[in-house]
Design a binder for this molecule. Structure first.
Ligand code: AMP
Length: 283
């Protein structure tokens, strides 16, 4: 694995590979890598000639400065894992390398309703920050394929929109959510859970499964209410949202809507001071 810290060096290397006909797969991450990230790596290795992973904890997407300060950093272990999984290139830039002109955004990305819903509503500015960093990374890496995880469902939709806004011919591939044995979605933030919180955190998945089981028969409002109550009774102390939404638009499913349309249940809730998100396709 070759580690690049500057965009210029990385670009020079990639130019040679692309001129030799190689296809480039790219998985952007914020590090503290786990098996979920490695699923993206595996897909990239299978589908592209050269696999690039970036690790960059992007300051502009954290609406909560404490969340940014506490974001886990495990760079040595990350490098070992990526080596073991035969990643070709790790891009490990500094903040200055990504934002040479400062972190203030130069443009506003037109994300439509996605910006005001769910994560957009509860983390103002988050998706603008995500677009800012991913646009920059895509300009540097210029991949043929971009590998993302369904774990961040709304982010996948936002980034598909970004690729379209950029007019880039990049194929977006979405890997399913990898879970721990008890169903908890793997996440870098899980490292911040105490033993007790970790045990209780599986409640999110259990409630998503409950919603899925009852989706075709139960009232939407009842499902959301039940799931919220169960989370609060099982260790979560604050819920940003429990939503049942169209899998295509993320607009809430209404009671009278046809339940055979593609739908997704999404949750964001706090356990201790850790905010976890998860989602499950319902049909
Ligand atoms: P992050 O490092 O959290 O920014 O995530 C980097 C990429 O890995 C994103 O595309 C995530 O959606 C994806 N990812 C994170 N957790 C999982 C998981 N449990 N299963 C599959 N993909 C994931």
């Amino acid at each position: 694995m070759i580690i690049f810290k500057t965009a210029t060096d990385l670009r020079r290397h990639l130019d040679k590979l692309v001129s030799n006909g190689k296809t480039i797969g790219f998985a952007p991450t914020m590090g503290a890598l786990h098996q979920g990230h490695l699923l993206l790596v595996a897909a990239s290795k299978q589908q592209c000639n050269v696999s690039v992973v970036s690790i960059f904890v992007n300051p502009t997407q954290f609406n909560d400065p404490k969340d940014f300060e506490k974001y886990p950093v495990t760079i040595d272990t990350d490098c070992k894992l990526l080596e073991e999984h035969r990643v070709d290139i790790l891009f490990l830039p500094s903040v200055e390398e990504i934002y040479p002109h400062g972190i203030i955004a130069k443009r506003h990305y037109e994300l439509g309703e996605l910006e005001n819903l769910l994560e957009g509503k509860y983390r103002p500015g988050h998706f603008q920050g995500v677009c800012q960093v991913v646009e920059r990374l895509l300009e540097i890496v210029q991949p043929h394929q971009l590998f993302l995880g369904q774990k961040d469902y709304q982010q996948c939709m936002v980034l598909q929109k970004l690729v379209a806004l950029m007019g880039a011919s990049i194929t977006v591939s979405i890997a399913p959510t990898l879970r721990e044995k008890d169903g908890l979605a793997m996440s870098s933030r899980n490292l911040r859970l105490t033993k007790d919180e970790r045990e209780k955190a599986t409640a999110i998945y259990q409630q998503l499964v409950m919603i899925k089981k009852k989706f075709s028969t139960e009232k939407i409002s009842v499902l959301k209410q039940k799931a919220s109550e169960n989370l609060l009774q099982n260790g979560f102390h604050k819920i940003d949202y429990v939503e049942i939404a169209s899998a295509e638009t993320l607009l809430p499913v209404q009671e009278n809507d046809n339940r055979s349309g593609k739908a997704v249940a999404l949750v964001a809730a706090f356990i201790g001071d850790v905010r976890l998100i998860d989602n499950l396709l319902l049909n």
